[in-house]
Design a protein around this ligand. Sequence first.
Ligand SMILES: Nc1nc2c(ncn2[C@@H]2O[C@H](COP(=O)(O)OP(=O)(O)OP(=O)(O)O)[C@@H](O)[C@H]2O)c(=O)[nH]1
Ligand SMILES: [Mg+2]
Length: 497
Amino acid sequence: MGPSVDGAVGLAKVETELAYPSLAREGFVASRGCGMVPVDADTIAAIATALGEAGVGIVRVSGDHSWSVAQRLFETASGRPLRNRRRGLHYGRVVDPDSAMELDECVLLWMPGPHSYTGEDVVEFQVHGGIQLVQSVLRAALRAGARLAEPGEFTKRAFLNGRMDLSQAEAVIDLIRAKTDLASRSALRQVQGALSREVARLRKELLRLQAHVEVTIDYPEHDVESVAATAVVETGGRVIRALDDMLNQARFGQVLREGVRTAIVGRPNVGKSSLLNALLQRDRAIVTEIAGTTRDVLEEVVNVGGVPFRLADTAGVRETADVVEQMGVERTRQTVRDAQFVLVVLSAVDELAAEDWELLAQTTNTPRVLVVNKADLVDEARHQAWRARWPEETVVCTSMQTGEGLPDLREAMVAAVNRGHVEMEDLSYLGNARQLTLLQRAREELQLGVEAADSGATLDIVAVQLQEAYRALGLVIGEEAGEDLLDEIFSNFCLGK
Ligand SMILES: Nc1nc2c(ncn2[C@@H]2O[C@H](COP(=O)(O)OP(=O)(O)OP(=O)(O)O)[C@@H](O)[C@H]2O)c(=O)[nH]1
Ligand SMILES: [Mg+2]
């Protein structure tokens, strides 16, 4: 199973404890106000690259004292200390600030604020990517006056310093975690402000509307009031439609982030595991001619046309005396209940059995594709007959032996998931649960406001609802965001970002 959003959150926390075991022993703990030696609480440092063996490893420092950290740690190639404070790149070596011992060769990037990622003075030490080496450079930076950054603290500072709004900051983590090309493209558009701009546009419309309503409240004449009410109905309706569009995108964005929970179900031996392997393009599941091969649910994430599918291969459904197989079948039923999407696999050779009918009945309300497998064993006339059998459904004839029908199946999967959502090329952001709730709230308030205006309620009531809608949209981009919310969001980040 790939990391779920929650799993990844857990990982970020574990990382803090595991990635720097020796630092933790020395008392440098990445947590506000405890354990650390806060020589200067305002300058933070962390390893920005993944901890492992690599060509390059980067230690990043941000804050008022970055320059002094750079001066204490870095010697230019000519052996002289760093003097040039202009933005730029320097080659030299990084030394231990206490012993003056050379740690490594180093490329130093100096990015004075406010034109840096965080908006503060930022310095990056690029050294060889060895686990010990990068850690010792970090340790040196900590001794030179920085403190260990919390997960997400660089991005949090970028937000606090106005370099990006909250929705952009949240998209940074989506960009890092994106599992498909489409997901990363969408996240990038959000980092670049696609969602922020749309939210800002809608807020402006609401503000103008609010002003109109407020002015009317102060001069209550019937004609004027009815003009304002009409404006609320019209503009409000337009904003509601725009919000619906965003909500659709946000829901699809969640699918892109977490993967479509997909169950592969069918009778024993119809080729479910073969299908999983074919979509994964590797031999993940055991395939045999013995009915009842798969006992447990097997999960794998596969990228189909840019959409991640979380495929669950299941035990074939049948009555059985075998206790283990019975448990497997029970798990299959549970998986079907939880699935967002189902591939019902049938055998092209056999007539439909009672179990097939049962599965078809169980999955009628879930988006699905009917996969008629083993098509290589029957002729074209049979294919046609299978397809004609369910004119309302997507039926694909496949063969795992020849690969026939697989491209059609991939296409059908993407189309089925995308139906009722959005054109994927239009996807300009990946909404998360927080944004989704706020957009929903804004929509509800606005709907109430429009209904009130439409039914001739007094404009005072309408004004309150417009204000609530405006406020909810503001929270999407982080206006009035409290410290708790910020901690919650940024603690999900990895270290060094
Ligand atoms: N001719 C032909 N044989 C296939 C095809 N797909 C699968 N098979 C064979 O059918 C048998 C069963 O395949 P599996 O993928 O294990 O079937 P399953 O649905 O996972 O079966 P259980 O795990 O027992 O429920 C194997 O011998 C496969 O090689 C196909 O398209 N054509
Ligand atoms: Mg199987």
